[in-house]
Design a protein around this ligand. Structure first.
Ligand SMILES: Nc1nc2c(ncn2[C@@H]2O[C@H](COP(=O)(O)OP(=O)(O)O)[C@@H](O)[C@H]2O)c(=O)[nH]1
Ligand SMILES: [Mg+2]
Length: 300
């Protein structure tokens, strides 16, 4: 995608919607991005930021809200030209997708979609499969046919919605994306900057507060297996809490048992000495007296 030079695209959306695959398609090379952090990939002058975690909500969240915001601040210090919001073609626009939109707005500000948003719909191969000889529809027509919240989102982005087939990427989808990036640039005339980010501070703080609470929810163990890419920090903190409880449960009785054994041994020794003293009192006195006599006589 050589045309988009000097631009930075921030890629966000729920985990599994195709962020990493789309970055590979745009850069036309395989770049590895770690699932639990925001990574930056550049190809010439084009920079793509994989905003993993931005758009995940509730149990899907893979880092603490605070860590996520710190990571965003660091990686997008230079701002971004456009925000690519990933959706998956063929999957209903569920409450979780709506929450993802809300999260992105809470982090970057209410106007982020209106000014800088481009919807990228992955799984374009499924769109092609849905077309048959009798009924063939363009993707733009399909977008216009949508109703409800997804239509509102399309409108908010002024129809900037591109279909991506990451299984068989071609240059056409990159050209369409490029035309939308140019549209964003000519409409808003400036990249999203730290100034815009700072404007959204109040909303973001509120979001952090709400999600920090949600974040303490216990995740079942099997989730660790079904989501291998899930964030280590999340589970680490969870495991730490669990370990603390386990340590307390095991350690407190062990310490009590140890103390009790020690006290019992002490009582036994004292009692033994008392009994011994009482039992052999006469012999001990006799021994002491004889020693005294011996001492006195030797002195005389
Ligand atoms: N068939 C098909 N699969 C895709 C497409 N884009 C992504 N995927 C698959 O969707 C899954 C999640 O994609 P990934 O890029 O890891 O999503 P991320 O979690 O948002 O980074 C992977 O198995 C991809 O191979 C696409 O356009 N078509
Ligand atoms: Mg990824």
């Amino acid at each position: 995608m050589a045309q988009v030079t000097g631009d930075t695209l921030l890629v966000v959306g729920r985990t599994g919607n195709g962020k990493s695959s789309t970055i590979n398609s745009i850069l036309q090379k395989q770049v590895t991005t770690r699932g639990d952090e925001i990574s930056v990939n550049t190809n010439g002058d084009l920079t793509l930021i994989d905003g993993s975690g931005i758009g995940d909500t509730g149990d899907d969240m893979i880092v603490t809200p605070r860590d996520l915001i710190d990571s965003i601040k660091e990686k997008m210090a230079q701002g971004f030209t456009a925000l690519l919001f990933m959706l998956k073609y063929g999957v209903r626009f569920t409450q979780q997708e709506k929450n993802a939109v809300k999260t992105v707005k809470s982090i970057f500000g209410e106007d982020v979609f209106r000014n800088w948003g481009i919807i990228v719909m992955t799984h374009g191969d499924n769109f092609e499969l849905d077309q048959d000889e009798d009924y063939c529809q363009s993707f733009q027509d399909w977008c216009q046919d949508q109703r409800g919240d997804i239509q509102n989102l399309f409108q908010e982005c002024s129809g900037r919605c591109v279909l991506f087939n990451n299984k068989r990427p071609d240059d056409t989808q990159n050209q369409v994306l490029n035309s939308f990036v140019q549209k964003v640039k000519s409409t808003v005339k400036r990249p999203y900057s730290m100034l815009d980010f700072n404007h959204a501070k109040n909303m973001r703080d509120l979001w952090m507060q709400q999600n920090d609470k949600q974040y303490t929810v216990t995740i079942p163990d099997e989730d660790l297996i079904s989501r291998p890419t899930a964030n280590i920090h999340h589970y680490k903190s969870l495991m730490n809490a669990r370990n603390m409880v386990q340590v307390l449960i095991l350690a407190v009785p062990a310490i009590l048992l140890y103390l009790w054994t020690f006290i019992a041994a002490l009582i036994y020794i004292v009692l033994y000495l008392l009994v011994a003293y009482w039992k052999y009192n006469d012999q001990i006195n006799a021994l002491i007296c004889s020693k005294k006599k011996l001492y006195i006589s030797s002195a005389v």
